[in-house]
Design a binder for this molecule. Structure first.
Ligand SMILES: Cc1cc2nc3c(=O)[nH]c(=O)nc-3n(C[C@H](O)[C@H](O)[C@H](O)COP(=O)(O)OP(=O)(O)OC[C@H]3O[C@@H](n4cnc5c(N)ncnc54)[C@H](O)[C@@H]3O)c2cc1C
Length: 407
């Protein structure tokens, strides 16, 4: 079932070579450039050098399912590539123009953008010239239920007036961020899933203020997770994506592929953490024997391998179903992997931290930062509990089709 196509195998080989020859050697340069700048949101030159090299090698926009814009790989073909990128998550996804949230935004603009949106925003995004952010979550409401979103998009003649507050708008502090895709309410009186719309809002539109960055366990992520205020922001009617009331539908279309990409990268992180765990356990000796000789350490190594393989197989199954029966019919598998992959990766990273002793929680190894990032994946793009709700509802209805539908 999961025999990779020849072109998928070729891309895997090419990407692995790019990682070995350019990305891993660039990691120390990246950290040196970031430290030297003293600015957590600095755009280090090494990123642009890697982008140039990746593009030269044809490793560009690999995520994009439409062949007009990239190689047109299936989800199953892209899965192992995203996993490889996840091994160096600060560098490889951006180097290949496959980083979130730009990938999801590019897909939305491809599917729902007007010719003008495509020219002004999609093309520069596809060329890696600009970055973008997705603003749905709000501090004032429980945003895991998107029907709660309150930012007002008031129609006014040929324009809309936007008022509201967002937070966790990832990428809004990226030095190249030029545009936001914003979800808000155009019609509070419409049926509950038709009240929301999405609009394309240039970040420099008067009334848009990026207030501050939100730290993640104390880390100031380079791309930033911003709190953004919208005060009487006027945008033309043409800012609308698809139609009025289509926000919920677009959100669903956007999150399916985005979720599975996160999971693939999480598995790549777990693989790297397992490598680090093994190397360290073999290199260090306590009480007269290598740490790797201890039964409990071998148990952690074995458990990690088993769990990674299980998570990978479930991810590939979800990717295969997305390709064959569509994202909507694969929603239970997408929900399952969104819960499973970050949890597995967190367990593996936690064990690797333990094997590294004090070094594990320092910045001398990538493990602490990996842990912080992976922990956020249990919340971002929907908390675990919301995905489990989807799975449980399907299971309950499998036994009783009327479950939850009775008055
Ligand atoms: C690092 C990071 C990056 C992010 N990037 C973005 C971004 O780019 N754009 C964006 O719009 N948002 C982004 N988010 C926000 C993220 O998507 C939300 O935090 C998430 O959807 C949850 O919404 P909330 O924080 O309002 O939690 P709430 O909706 O208040 O939920 C709180 C908790 O309630 C529990 N819960 C909720 N529903 C149920 C249920 N049905 N059953 C049981 N328990 C339940 C869950 O444990 C949940 O964690 C990001 C978040 C993080 C941490």
């Amino acid at each position: 079932m999961f025999e990779f196509s020849e072109r998928a195998r070729r891309y895997q080989e090419d990407l692995l070579a790019f990682m070995d020859e350019h990305v891993y050697p660039a990691e120390s340069i990246y950290h040196a450039q970031m430290t030297e700048s003293g600015d957590p949101h600095f755009h280090p030159p090494i990123i642009e050098e890697l982008k140039t090299e990746a593009r030269k090698r044809g490793l560009w926009n690999l995520f994009h399912p439409h062949s007009e814009w990239g190689p047109g790989l299936t989800n199953l073909e892209y899965a192992p590539l995203a996993e490889i990128m996840g091994r160096s998550a600060h560098l490889a996804p951006e180097a290949t123009n496959c980083n979130a949230p730009d990938t999801g935004n590019m897909e939305v603009l491809t599917l729902f953008g007007t010719p003008e949106h495509k020219q002004d925003w999609l093309q520069p995004l596809l060329d890696g010239e600009i970055a973008s952010a997705f603003a749905m979550t709000e501090p004032a409401v429980a945003s895991s239920d998107a029907t709660n979103i309150e930012l007002r998009m008031q129609p006014d003649g040929d324009e809309y007036i936007l008022n509201g507050r967002k937070w966790w708008t990832s990428n809004a502090l990226h030095k190249n961020c030029k545009v936001l895709i914003v979800m808000g309410k155009t019609d509070p009186d419409a049926p509950v899933h038709r009240q929301q719309s999405m609009m394309v809002v240039p970040i420099d539109t008067p009334g848009v203020t990026v207030l501050r960055n939100l730290a993640v366990f104390g880390y100031q992520d380079r791309e930033g997770h911003a709190e953004v205020v919208f005060e009487n922001v006027r945008v033309p009617r043409t800012a609308l994506l698809a139609g009025e009331g289509d926000g919920f539908m677009i959100g669903q279309a956007r999150l399916g592929p985005g979720r599975i990409h996160h999971c693939m990268r999480a598995i790549g992180m777990a693989e790297r953490a397992l490598d680090l765990m093994i190397d360290r356990a073999q290199a260090r000796t306590t009480f007269g024997a290598p740490v790797a000789d201890r039964a409990n350490i071998q148990d952690w190594i074995a458990e990690s391998r088993i769990e990674i393989e299980m998570a990978r197989l479930l991810t590939l199954k979800a990717a295969h179903l997305m390709d064959t029966v569509g994202n909507r019919n694969a929603r239970v598998e997408i929900a399952a992997i969104k819960v499973a992959a970050p949890q597995v990766a967190l367990k593996v990273v936690d064990r690797a931290i333990q094997v590294h002793g004090g070094g594990g929680v320092s910045d001398d190894f990538p493990l602490a930062s990996m842990y912080a990032h992976l922990r956020t994946l249990r919340l971002a793009d929907g908390p675990d509990e919301v995905h489990k709700r989807t799975i449980a509802q399907m299971e309950l209805r499998r036994r009783d089709p009327a479950w939850g539908k009775r008055p």
